[in-house]
Structure formats: structure tokens, C-alpha cells
Design a protein around this ligand. Structure first.
Ligand SMILES: Nc1ncnc2c1ncn2[C@@H]1O[C@H](COP(=O)(O)OP(=O)(O)OP(=O)(O)O)[C@@H](O)[C@H]1O
Ligand SMILES: O=C(O)c1ccc[n+]([C@@H]2O[C@H](COP(=O)([O-])O)[C@@H](O)[C@H]2O)c1
Length: 217
């Protein structure tokens, strides 16, 4: 495979309805482990495999901005928020490749639940031709894929070699030993609707925005 040109650039997609510490903390640990200088958060407008989010794309973007305001690890890319079509990750990375060339190492960050659903994503094989996958642990999800064929597909791409992620442009899957956070946006929406506290699991500025805009009631 070609030698890498440029630093490993990682993107972190999601619906972020709302963004929470279960999104941020594992990725901070991942960035330390892998040596990522920057993680670009990329919220979607139309998530491919789930109902439309409750908060608007503008509101979810605003909450991401508030969550990362004082954290220089993170940046925001709003390209998927501007699309009215489903945010297929393989398509987004086709565009990123056009912009950044074929040799720069690129990565997409996902949680363990997303890894399990990956075989059902749009053109997921092509996605791996365009980026690495960096996977954070998430409590409550099995560590093996749903069937042996999927497991073999995964194992053929797994690496523990961090240097490889920086050398190759794409194609490897790295399972990071990140801390577990039993937090989901679904649970947060339920808690907020029931007037239960979320102070430990949502950044304070995001919580203030949610209250100010009467979200998730
Ligand atoms: N607690 C968590 N630990 C590790 N990864 C997470 C966690 N929460 C979300 N992720 C990952 O973050 C990405 C974006 O997730 P998403 O915005 O759908 O959050 P969510 O909490 O799973 O939302 P919802 O409950 O609405 O489905 C996904 O790849 C998901 O696997
Ligand atoms: O490309 C696909 O088919 C696809 C299917 C499901 C999810 N994704 C992407 O995976 C990321 C996490 O998705 P979600 O639904 O957990 O927020 C987000 O960036 C989605 O756009 C992508």
C-alpha cells in the first residue's frame, strides 16, 4: 500500500440528539491512545437507519459547538447537516477523498453498536477502502459480530498496530480499549422528558441550551 501523506485525520459521525459525555469521553481516550491531534465531529441531518432526530439540525449543531467550545481536540464539520439526503458515510468519505487525495490516512470513529450494524450500511466495503475504522467500547453490546461471515470479515481487517493506522490511508479496523460509559441520547431524552437530572452525563452548556430551548420535553 502507498506511503501515507499527511497526518491521520479522524472524523466522528453521529446524530448527537443531544451530544453527551458518552460521545466525548471515550473519544478523548481514543485520541490519546492513537495519537490523534484533532477529531472532527460530523453531525448528520438525515440519519440513514433511524427516525429523524427530535432536535433540528441547527439545534444539534449548536449543542455540539457548545460541547466542544473549550476543548481543542474537537472541531466541527457541518457538511452532512447541509444535505437533505441520508448521510451515507461511504458517500461522505468519497467526498473527503476527493478533497484530501488518496494517500492521506483518514479514519471514521464509531462505537461498538455501530460496528455491529456496519454490514448493513450503504456500501460498507467501499467505506473501508476510503478510511480506517476506530471503534470505541460501549457497554451492553456484544464483542462479536452477528454471524461468522461478518466476524471473519472483521478479523481480516483488525489491527493492533497503531503505526499502521498512520502509515496506511485506509482499510484497518482498530478496537480501542476505551473506558465504558453507559450513556445514550435515548436515555437522556427520556430523563429530560421525565424531569430527571442529567448533570453527570451532559455538558453543562448543552444542558443550559436544552433548557433554554425547551427541548426533549
Ligand atoms: N456511550 C457511548 N459509548 C461509546 N460510543 C458511543 C456512546 N454513545 C454513542 N456512541 C457512538 O457515537 C456515535 C453517534 O451516536 P449517536 O449520536 O447515535 O448517540 P446515541 O447515544 O447512540 O443516540 P441514540 O440513543 O439516540 O441512538 C455512534 O457511533 C455510537 O456508537
Ligand atoms: O452509511 C450508512 O449506511 C450508515 C448507516 C448508519 C449509520 N451511519 C453513520 O454512522 C454514524 C452513527 O450513526 P447513528 O445513527 O448511531 O447516529 C453517523 O455518522 C451515521 O451517518 C451510516
Amino acid at each position: 500500500m502507498a506511503n501515507a501523506a499527511g497526518k491521520l485525520q479522524a472524523y466522528y459521525g453521529g446524530t448527537f440528539d443531544p451530544i453527551h459525555y458518552g460521545h466525548l469521553r471515550p473519544v478523548e481516550a481514543l485520541a490519546q491512545t492513537v495519537g490523534l491531534e484533532r477529531v472532527v465531529i460530523m453531525p448528520n441531518n438525515v440519519p440513514p437507519h433511524r427516525p429523524q432526530p427530535q432536535a433540528s439540525s441547527e439545534q444539534r449543531r449548536a449543542m455540539v459547538e457548545l460541547a466542544i467550545a473549550d476543548n481543542s481536540l474537537f472541531a466541527l464539520d457541518s457538511r452532512e447537516l447541509q444535505r437533505e439526503t441520508p448521510s451515507y458515510t461511504a458517500e461522505t468519505f468519497r467526498q473527503l477523498r476527493e478533497e484530501q487525495g488518496e494517500t492521506r490516512p483518514l479514519a471514521f470513529i464509531i462505537g461498538q453498536d455501530s460496528l455491529l450494524s456496519l454490514p448493513y450500511w450503504y456500501r460498507y466495503e467501499q467505506l473501508l477502502e476510503r478510511c480506517h475504522l476506530l471503534v470505541c467500547r460501549r457497554p451492553g453490546y456484544p464483542v462479536r459480530m452477528q454471524n461468522e461471515e461478518q466476524q471473519r470479515w472483521l478479523e481480516a481487517r483488525l489491527t493492533r498496530d497503531i503505526a499502521l493506522l498512520h502509515q496506511r490511508p485506509a482499510g484497518q479496523i482498530f478496537l480501542a480499549d476505551t473506558p465504558l460509559f453507559d450513556i445514550s441520547a435515548t436515555d437522556i431524552r427520556h430523563r429530560l422528558a421525565a424531569n430527571r437530572p442529567c448533570d453527570e452525563i451532559v455538558p453543562p452548556r448543552v444542558l443550559a441550551y436544552i433548557r433554554e430551548h425547551h427541548l426533549y420535553r
